[in-house]
Design a protein around this ligand. Sequence first.
Ligand code: ITT
Length: 195
Amino acid sequence: MKLVFATNNKHKLDEVRKITSHHPVEIVSLAEINCFDDIPETADTLEGNALQKAHYIQKKFGLNCFADDTGLEVEALNNAPGVYSARYAGPGHDSEANMKKLLHEMEGKENRKARFRTVIALVWNGKTYTFEGIVNGTITTAKRGENGFGYDPIFIPEGYDQTFAELGDNIKNQISHRAKAVEKLDEFLTQLSDL
Ligand code: ITT
């Protein structure tokens, strides 16, 4: 079964391909359908953005597809940056600037609890479905590690003492927010193909 992944983030694409490598679903990138659009994401929830991205591709290409919207929710910051994680330091800023701002906001805070939350929206034969994955953890006081992407160097998942960027892809892809959401998607698709 082929399914388009409506993302412009190559790290997400790599992760989802690794997570699903033993499963029958074949992940098709936007480049493979010749889509190089900057897909709008203007909703104020992860669910809304994931649905917006999946619907955009479904409408333009008429293909079943899914999208992933992810946010880092920090308890001491009232769940910021959350849905605004990509542009926390302002439009056009990169992950380095986002992490720098977050570490600055967290200076002196004792409560370092945070969670990554991914919402996957699937558009399948005209119907939409969402799947959520959460991983709890804590925010470090400085960046650590070279692997992963985005906020990975400053997030330690619960049960570990290294950041996602130190733990590397194999461990991240077993326990991450994205892995949990993708597992739910995969279970759903397996049931469909059993029908
Ligand atoms: P698409 O919308 O094209 O899928 P994006 O990079 O814009 O890609 P998001 O809006 O979901 O994706 O990402 C929000 C931010 O969270 C962005 O800064 C990412 O770098 C970061 N992020 C997403 N997933 C992450 C992960 O698994 N680990 C660390 N940071 C992540």
